[in-house]
Design a protein around this ligand. Structure first.
Ligand code: C2E
Ligand code: MG
Ligand code: MG
Length: 757
């Protein structure tokens, strides 16, 4: 059994990007605004902390470098000054020795007093400065190695002062050139002995300063590296958090986009996972409920489109899809397949007598039974009213076997339908007729298959119902004839092939009281076609609408003509109205228009309706009949006795005449039960205040029997066949006086005045 194209289902069934996402799980607890604000605050905080720490670290490192420069270079400078001052002493002595004068004894050379004084003052000043500088130096911290060295320098300097500088000062003051010269040499000698120590101290101090500087530089470097590292790390952390934040927004947004795409594609069964409580989660939750609603609606639409609302069985549309699929599949294999068209017998009776609700109940019961009898790969559908179709798939490739399979199922279906069924408090024994049509190798179309099954089903009905019938080629011929007739009928009105015949209706005295207008079709090839043959075709194809309109116009025109002559003014004209014509919304207007345009007297127009037409939609019928009745138009119930109208229903209708069906008149003489039925109809009509017309009166005996039952108006071959208007006019002329049957002796029941006894 093929399934209908279900727009709900999709090839893609996986959840929408349902991978667990820690970032999203973590972040989606908070609203997006909160997340962004938190991220910004974090970034600002980290930046401030890093900037502060970096600036401080770098400032500290810078400060320590400056301290190294200030503190550590101080002893170097002090020592260098000491060395310089010691050197300056030598220089002062040399200056003093540079200018001499001879005094006294020829060999005695004297120093220049001014220079010697100034040199002595400078040296004294230097000595004081060196002392001050040295004590400044020795006040600072010193390493043991430096201590030893400085101690040695101190003793050498003391020696230098004591042995050389002080005596030199004395010599300068005494202007003694020789002593000064000698002591200047000693000063230089002792200076040169002490100078390596001071130089070593300077080197040592310098090295220490350099080491401290390098340590400072290293610290600075470390701080810088640390700052950069911290910066990079915080950037990485912020970046990671940023990425997580973006992902926590982008991924669900992508999911939302994906959901929208799926919904737009009509894929409504995709699971939507919602995590968290943020805005996107809210959107997803809303989308999910929207998707559920859409899916439910789509399911409902699909159900409505493809399934019959009463029985839940597949409907005509779904059957067509399945038939198409079966036809396509039949190209590929040599299997037979079959269409079984099942129509309930007399279902209309249930509807008409028990009401539509009980009719629906019965249909439901039948549908249930049929559903139980049909199993995959076969399928069943309800295609209208009381019609069901079973599509049998994958039957045997051999025709006889396939037929046996189809007939076996048909028998099962008939058995299922005919099982007793409780209905409105009674047990109803229903039946059905089934038409079977086999097909294979894509040798037909859907329309053709259904038509064939339909033709076979009608054959089964004609064969007495409660049976099945296989479609055969002769039915095909009938079908084709029907199709050809339909085509021919289309052009019949314009081609003037349709004619109206008039059949007289006479009173008990034999006086013509009216006529029934009957349609005739003279086919150029086939000759006269019986109304029973072409009226159903016109009805089924809708051609009855233009044809019926034409008949009405002609009939009204005829009434108008009759109204101009005294001999025919009293005649009523009955027009047959088909169900489709009557149900058309414009029917009432059409009748009124025809009457107006022709100028006919509405009181002489009688519209003949059948029982089944009247009962089909009683409310609409009563409505239309009453409207027309108000315009003066009258109504006859045609073929009465063949339907199932109840007294209650008849009472609602504004009827004028009941026409007793020909079938009761036919055997009224020989069949007592027919006579009894006619009697009942006449009694009922009298109770309802209706006139009775007997149809199909062919013999004087029938007329006599009807007269005895108090039926006073007749129509039938005994009086006249339906005649074209010209001949009918002649007939009227001939029968202006009371009727005397041509074939019979004067009627013994006629009184001289012409009234029946
Ligand atoms: P109906 O309305 O019951 O018409 C009476 C039918 O009985 C006519 O058949 C008529 O020729 C036939 N008939 C009359 N007297 C006798 C008789 O003594 N013996 C026998 N055996 N038959 C008799 P017809 O003309 O073949 O029409 C058949 C049916 O076609 C009509 O039955 C009516 O239902 C339908 N029909 C005819 N003309 C029209 C029309 O213009 N519109 C519609 N909608 N239906 C029409
Ligand atoms: Mg009629
Ligand atoms: Mg009739």
């Amino acid at each position: 059994m093929s399934t209908p194209p279900l727009p709900l289902s999709s090839s893609w069934n996986g959840p929408l990007d349902a991978r667990p996402d820690i970032g999203h799980a973590l972040f989606s607890r908070f609203r997006i605004g909160t997340r962004l604000a938190a991220m910004m605050a974090l970034a600002v905080l980290v930046t401030v902390v890093l900037a502060t720490a970096g600036i401080q670290g770098l400032a500290t490192a810078n400060e320590s470098l400056r301290a190294v420069h200030e503190d550590r270079m101080k002893p170097v400078r002090t020592l260098s000054q000491i060395a310089h001052l010691m050197l300056s002493n030598q220089h002062q002595l040399q200056m003093a020795l540079a200018q001499t004068a001879t005094q006294g004894a020829p060999s005695r050379i004297m120093l220049n007093p001014d220079l010697a004084r100034s040199a002595a003052q400078a040296i004294e000043h230097n000595v004081i400065a060196i002392d001050r500088l040295w004590s400044l130096y020795t006040a600072g911290p010193r390493t043991p190695q430096e201590l030893a060295l400085s101690d040695r320098f101190a003793s050498r300097r003391a020696h230098y002062l004591r042995e050389a500088v002080m005596p030199a000062l004395a010599a300068l003051r005494s202007l003694d050139y020789q002593d000064t010269q000698r002591l200047a040499a000693l000063v230089r000698q002792l200076y040169e002995r002490a100078s390596p120590d001071v130089q070593a101290l300077i080197d040592m101090q310098f090295n220490q300063a350099r080491a401290a500087y390098e340590a400072g530089v290293q610290r600075y470097e470390q701080t810088r590296r640390l700052a950069i590292g911290a910066l990079l790390l915080s950037m990485a952390v912020l970046g990671f958090l940023g990425v997580m934040l973006i992902r926590s927004i982008v991924r669900p947004l992508r999911q939302v986009t994906e959901v929208f795409r799926h919904i737009a594609d009509g894929r409504l069964d995709t699971p939507i996972h919602v995590q968290g409580k943020d805005e996107i989660s809210t959107v997803l939750t809303e989308l999910r409920s929207m998707q559920h609603r859409l899916a439910a609606n789509e399911k409902a639409i699909h159900q409505l489109a493809y399934y019959d609302p009463l029985t839940d069985l597949p409907n005509r549309r779904l059957l067509r899809d399945r038939l198409q699929a079966a036809l396509t599949a039949s190209r590929q294999d040599d299997r037979h397949r079959a269409v079984l068209l099942l129509d309930l017998d007399n279902f209309k009776t249930i509807n008409d007598t028990l009401g539509h609700e009980i009719g629906d109940q019965h249909l439901l019961e039948v549908a249930q039974r049929l559903r139980m009898a049909v199993h995959a790969p076969h399928s069943i559908a309800r295609i209208g009213g009381d019609e069901f179709v079973v599509l049998m798939d994958l039957l045997s490739p051999t025709e006889t076997e396939a037929l046996a399979q189809a007939e076996a199922l048909a028998s099962q279906l008939l058995a299922a339908v005919s099982r007793p069924c409780p209905l409105a408090g009674q047990i109803y024994h229903g039946s059905a007729s089934i038409g079977i049509c086999l097909f294979k190798n894509h040798n037909s179309s859907i329309k053709e298959l259904l038509k064939r099954a339909d033709a076979a089903m009608y054959q089964a009905k004609n064969a007495g119902r409660n049976g099945h019938c296989l479609f055969n080629p002769s039915m095909q011929v009938q079908l084709e004839t029907r199709t050809a007739l339909e085509t021919a009928l289309r052009g019949a009105v314009e081609a003037g092939q349709l004619q109206l015949h008039y059949q007289a209706q006479v009173s008990a005295t034999g006086r013509p009281v009216g006529a029934e207008v009957l349609l005739r079709w003279n086919h150029p090839v086939h000759g006269p076609v019986a109304p029973a043959e072409f009226i159903p075709i016109a009805e089924a194809s809708g051609l009855i609408l233009p044809i019926g309109a034409w008949v009405l116009e002609q009939a009204c025109a005829q009434l108008a003509t009759w109204s101009t002559q005294a001999a025919t003014r009293h005649l009523e004209l009955a027009v047959n109205v088909s169900a489709r014509q009557f149900r058309h919304p414009g029917f009432v207007d059409q009748v009124c228009r025809s009457l107006q345009q022709s100028g006919a007297n509405p009181g002489k127009l009688v519209l003949e309706l059948t029982e089944s037409l009247v009962l089909d939609d009683i409310a609409d019928t009563v409505d239309k009949m009453q409207t027309l009745r108000q315009h003066g138009v009258r109504f006859a119930l045609d073929d009465f006795g063949t339907g199932y109208s109840s007294l209650a229903q008849l009472k609602r209708l504004p009827l004028e005449h009941l026409k007793i069906d020909r079938s009761f008149v036919e055997d009224i003489v020989s069949d007592a039960s027919d006579a009894a039925i006619v009697q009942t109809i006449i009694d009922m009509a009298r109770n309802l205040g209706l006139n009775v017309i007997a149809e199909g009166v062919e013999t004087p005996a029938q007329r006599q029997a009807l007269l005895e039952l108090q039926c006073l108006v007749f129509q039938g071959y005994l009086f006249s066949h339906p005649l074209p208007i010209a001949r009918f006019a002649q007939w009227l002329e001939q029968h202006a006086s009371p009727f005397v049957p041509a074939t019979a002796t004067p009627a013994p029941w006629a009184t001289p005045s012409g009234e029946f006894t």
